[in-house]
Ligand binder design. Structure first.
Ligand SMILES: [Fe+2]
Length: 158
């Protein structure tokens, strides 16, 4: 079986409400891997569109998460909210395009390539823009931004 994506504590921003949702997104991807990986073929349930539907649900979970983050940013008066909103919109457009592609190809198996694409899509958000936000958040709160791990090129690999 392909390697299951697993949450890593070093991905935490130390903002519980956000970390919990990020963890839920990674766990949802792991669940999809178990249900739709190539080795699951004999026991795979659902119709021809089951994988696409499940991937679409993951996208909706991410969309809801982005909305929660934007509400959180608004509540604390975060000035860079518009940039984050744009980034979230771009990410959703990218995911919608991927879904369209996978639907057109009629994919029914979560190949390692698709798994990695979704994982990278999620991690670009978790380890990219959200880290920038967390740093600003702790500065805004007068907290210690050292709580937020520094980005590392190798942090999300493997
Ligand atoms: Fe996030």
């Amino acid at each position: 079986m392909s390697k299951l994506p697993r949450w890593r504590e070093e991905w935490s921003l130390n903002i519980d409400v956000i970390d919990q949702e990020h963890r839920a997104l990674i766990e949802r991807l792991a669940d999809l891997c178990l249900r739709f990986c190539p080795e699951a073929t004999p026991t795979r349930s659902g119709g021809a569109n089951a994988l696409i539907d499940a991937l679409a649900e993951l996208g909706e979970l991410a969309r809801t998460h982005f909305q929660h983050e934007e509400r959180f940013m608004r509540a604390i008066g975060f000035e860079e909210l518009p940039e984050h909103q744009r980034e979230h919109a771009l990410m959703m457009a990218e995911y919608t395009a991927l879904l369209r592609e996978w639907r057109a190809e009629g994919v029914t198996v979560l190949t390692p390539v698709i798994q990695e694409t979704v994982r990278e899509w999620l991690l670009a958000h978790i380890l990219g823009t959200d880290r920038e936000f967390a740093r600003a958040y702790f500065q805004l709160c007068g907290g210690d931004d050292r709580l937020v791990p520094r980005p590392s090129r190798d942090l999300h690999l493997g």
